[in-house]
Design a protein around this ligand. Structure first.
Ligand code: ZN
Length: 554
């Protein structure tokens, strides 16, 4: 392993959020030479992405290069969404480290440092990236929605790009804009389907290929939910909407190739049955917990062998909770995939050294992988808890909270995950760690995630939680700069924040979320200085993969 970028991390800037009505920045500038100043760049450590393939059949092994190649086409499509012409940008960069850094970030903005441009002459990252006209205002978009015949369905669709001509704004389906990438991916998925031994997986691959050509992903999402026994899996297509920071409407392209870890999966399966009881026990008024969590959901551990596109940009995803389609969720729940090898790599390379600097010596040994794994597992389970539609019946929480929806949903999952751990341990369940270990590891994880910066939904949620916990004494900081969990206050703060978030979601209270973010989504001086101590210690912020056929021996 070697450090990709060895220089220090800059201080994380406070959030500057435009609540509503702001325009987006001017069109993207021409590619330029690298900036002279390399300091302040986010540090990554490179790790090999491997897994034990010895249990696979010949057909399963033969599928892997096809699935990896299909994922590579998502890489191309995501570059077009996030920046535009990848090859032109990379060719314009003479310095090798800067070029590598642009590849890690899928563009010239440092994703883990509030999208700060790291090349000269690059302006701010457009909030709507390449998914909307760069000079489009929110008012113009909302005007087009009001004037549309379909209530804005095409304009707000997850799977359209917004363009403008003399007649105004209009939506173009992904299957047209990204026809080349999606067509090739669909062909490769169909070739893989021909090799699939598992009936459910074969059906999913075929339907996913069809979805890429038709922009209708629901049938393939349903089929993906129906798969239970396949060892090889692929998550591929336009999926998460974090990259659209203007509205959160548009899905970005990504691909993962995965191998199921059956031993861990068996251990996880028993928690799924506990969801209804946990929903009932949520610390909030009944109206906010009246929806039933899907009980058909499953939770499994995987080793990832390939990441592409959105999930590989900046911070690497360690857990997946899909599909996002609320209709599929209501019908079938969600699947939660824990990416164990990625989690272990982050734990060993980031969290352990971080805890040595920031966590009090007597609580440091409580920062354990088993607790980290559990916290992450429960975060994913907790996405299924709470409320998906606003109480007034006007639509989904996501629609109501727009650009704040993702950050609040991540904050909800973190806090309800901690609520679940507390409940289960108090009920005598074995979660693999003690409550003190879960809490100490959770606190160490907040520092890790705050370093993702305000541009990430996870980073933003962690800043809010850090400040909320701090105000309520959930942890204390001693004169030497070491942090220590106060378990009783941590439990109380967890319940209080859970109630606050669930209420904001159920009310679809956009303004309430905006003021929460404005009030608590900031890094204060003391925390900023502590984060700089981490940077000075050379702890990487995240990992980057050496991956593909060669690493896997395929
Ligand atoms: Zn999440």
């Amino acid at each position: 392993m070697r450090s990709i970028v060895r220089l220090a991390v800059a201080s994380i800037l406070p959030i500057l959020l435009c609540v509503s009505g702001c325009g987006v920045s001017d069109e993207a500038p021409e590619p330029v030479v690298p900036a002279d100043d390399y300091s302040g760049r986010t540090t990554y450590i490179e790790v090999e992405l491997t897994a034990d393939l010895s249990g696979l059949t010949d057909n399963q092994r033969a599928m892997l290069p096809l699935l990896i190649e299909a994922s590579r086409t998502m890489e191309n499509a995501f570059w077009r969404q996030a920046w535009g012409d990848r090859d032109a940008l990379l060719a314009s960069i003479e310095d090798e480290e800067t070029r590598r850094f642009a590849q890690i970030n899928y563009g010239p903005w440092d994703r883990l440092d509030d999208n700060r441009p790291f090349m000269d002459g690059i302006g701010d990252k457009p909030r709507g990236v390449q998914l909307y006209p760069q000079d489009m205002t929110v008012e113009e978009f909302e005007g087009a929605v009001a004037a549309s015949a379909d209530d804005g369905a095409a304009l707000k669709s997850l799977y359209t790009v917004i363009r403008r001509d003399a007649g105004g704004l209009f939506a173009v389906p992904y299957s047209e804009v990204y026809a080349e990438e999606l067509g090739r991916a669909a062909d490769l998925l169909e070739q893989a389907a021909a090799l699939a031994e598992d009936d459910g997986f074969r059906e999913y691959l075929k339907l996913r290929a069809t979805a890429m050509r038709t922009d209708d992903y629901r049938a393939s999402d349903m089929a993906w939910m129906d798969m239970k026994d396949n060892t090889v899996d692929v998550v591929i297509g336009p999926i998460e909407s974090y990259e659209d920071q203007l509205f959160g409407y548009k899905a970005s392209f990504e691909g993962y190739v995965l191998i199921k870890d059956t031993a861990w999966s068996d251990r996880l399966s028993r928690y799924a049955a506990m969801l209804p009881g946990l929903q009932e026990g949520l610390p909030v008024e009944d109206a906010y917990k009246r929806e039933s969590p899907g009980t058909d959901s499953d939770l499994n551990a995987y080793d990832a062998i390939f990441y592409a596109g959105d999930c590989n940009a900046g911070a690497k995803t360690i857990a997946i909770n899909l599909p996002n389609d609320e209709q599929v969720q209501l019908a079938k729940g969600t699947r939660r995939l824990q990416l164990k090898n990625t989690m272990r790599a982050k734990f060993d390379n980031i969290l352990v050294p971080l805890a040595e600097i920031l966590i009090a010596p007597d609580q440091r040994e409580k920062v354990r992988f088993e607790a980290f794994f559990g916290n992450t597992m429960f975060h994913e389970v907790a996405h299924g808890l709470g409320i998906k539609n606003t109480l007034d019946g006007s639509g989904t929480v996501r629609q109501a909270l727009k650009d704040h929806a993702s950050a609040l949903e991540e904050g909800k999952a973190d806090i309800l995950g901690l609520y679940m751990v507390t409940q289960l341990i108090e009920n005598g369940e074995d979660t693999g760690a003690t409550l003190e270990e879960h809490y100490a590891t959770f606190l160490a994880s907040i520092f890790r995630s705050v370093r993702f910066g305000a541009s990430s939904a996870h980073g933003k949620a962690n800043m809010i939680r850090f400040n909320f916990f701090n105000e309520r004494g959930a942890f204390s900081r001693d004169e030497e700069g070491f942090y220590r969990v106060n378990s009783d206050q941590m439990r109380d703060a967890t319940n209080a924040l859970a109630e606050k978030i669930l209420t904001l979601q159920g009310n679809g209270d956009y303004d309430g979320v905006a003021s929460l973010v404005a009030e608590l989504g900031v890094v204060h001086d003391t925390l900023g200085a502590d984060l700089d101590r981490l940077a000075g210690a050379g702890i990487p912020v995240d990992i980057v993969f050496r991956q593909g056929e060669d690493v896997l021996g395929l």
